[in-house]
Ligand binder design. Structure first.
Ligand SMILES: C[S@@+](CC[C@H](N)C(=O)[O-])C[C@H]1O[C@@H](n2cnc3c(N)ncnc32)[C@H](O)[C@@H]1O
Length: 349
């Protein structure tokens, strides 16, 4: 007789992944990584000689969050309500992430969204920068049917205008259009104006959710260097484009220990003002020993019925945060790769 187990701690999900039935968080993570690796291997096998982006433990966590959000929250809900559902990936990279020091490959964000959607996206919009473009285009062409993909080369802050034009055309055609934008720069490459343009689409009937990666510690370090006069001339301009205002300069007067929190608060307060009725969840990714600290900022819009799926997002948040604090990513990857773990290590996760 089959014994049915149900982990009552998980809120109701819209996807059908067997990973959620795993008993411990560690096993859940291993299961999610196995799924990513399967697709990663397929991409490598089809395009081994093309470049990839180097992945680290923190890359893994953002992709796990994206995978679970797309699969269990976004596409099951939006796919049923909107005739046209899009994924916007302005910092799409090369379409493949190769984990440092191990034979472990994961799809790039565009292919994570495409591969793990419970209901398919009608369009994946991806931008490839400079030399990333060729690899990105070939990989997306290999795995996504032509009519579902839109790949262009260039600076995200310029090419975004073409994406916006296309979305507005789709709006005429389909009436209901909704998008998920994954904003994943290396540091300050996304201009505030780019976010403003996307958010202002709401006034034209095209709404969206956002996952924005904020490299708070890296940006705080840059601000610290400006104070010491150790940066290049255009760094101040870059920060102004990133924050969309000169007022970021008030961060210069904070003590060194306060700048990182200052960056986070300043950026989030600006996002709150930018998007009306915004519901924001902040996912904290801190890898203590690696001196990495970034935030995934999740933004959605309060609707008449509230945002019932926020509970699920909070569950995802605590899952990703718990995993990260215990520094288990390396162990989970080893387990996926079949490298034996010491019993004590498994217990402590
Ligand atoms: C963190 S990586 C993105 C990884 C990708 N989202 C993924 O998960 O696979 C950031 C990417 O943005 C690219 N990039 C940097 N400046 C850019 C710009 N102005 N416009 C578009 N892409 C840019 C970099 O070359 C790099 O590939």
């Amino acid at each position: 007789m089959l014994r049915h187990t149900f982990n009552s701690k998980n809120p109701i999900f819209g996807g059908f992944s067997e990973c959620l039935d795993k008993y411990t968080d560690f096993d859940k993570l291993v299961c999610e990584l196995e799924g990513l690796r399967k697709i990663g291997d397929m991409i490598v096998n089809s395009s081994a000689n093309l470049s990839s982006y180097q992945a680290h433990p923190w890359t893994v966590l953002k992709l796990v969050f994206l995978k679970m959000y797309v699969r269990d929250v976004y596409t099951p809900i939006i796919g049923r309500r909107y005739p046209f559902m899009a994924f916007i990936d302005p910092f799409a990279g090369t379409g493949l992430n190769a984990y440092k020091n191990a034979e472990f490959y994961m799809p790039g964000s565009s292919l994570v969204a495409w591969s793990f959607a419970t209901y398919p996206f009608n369009k994946i919009y991806a931008i490839g920068y400079r030399q990333d473009y060729i690899a990105l285009k070939q990989r997306l062409e290999r795995f996504i049917p032509k009519e579902y993909q839109w790949v262009k080369k260039g600076d995200a802050n310029e090419v975004i205008d073409n994406i916006i034009d296309d979305l507005l055309e789709r709006k005429e055609e389909y009436k209901g259009v909704h998008y998920l934008a994954f904003i994943d720069p290396e540091s300050t490459e996304v201009h505030w104006n780019t976010l403003e343009k996307l958010v202002s689409l709401e006034g034209q009937g095209v709404a969206g959710d956002f996952i924005i990666l904020l490299q708070a510690r890296l940006i705080a370090r840059t601000i610290g260097k400006i104070r010491k006069g150790q940066t290049r001339e255009n760094t101040t301009e870059k920060l102004e484009l990133f924050f969309g205002t000169e007022k970021w300069k008030k961060l210069l007067s904070l003590s060194s220990g306060e700048i990182e929190e200052g960056v986070k608060q300043f950026y989030i307060n600006r996002l709150k003002k930018l998007k009306s009725k915004a519901l924001i969840e902040i996912i904290n990714i801190e890898l203590m020993r690696r001196n990495i600290h970034y935030y995934l900022i999740y933004i959605t819009r309060k609707t008449k019925g509230g945002a019932p799926y926020l509970e699920t997002v909070r569950w995802l948040k605590q899952f990703v945060e718990k995993v990260d604090k215990k520094e288990v990513v390396g162990n989970a990857i080893n387990k996926v790769l079949g490298i034996r773990l010491l019993p004590d290590y498994i217990k402590s996760t």
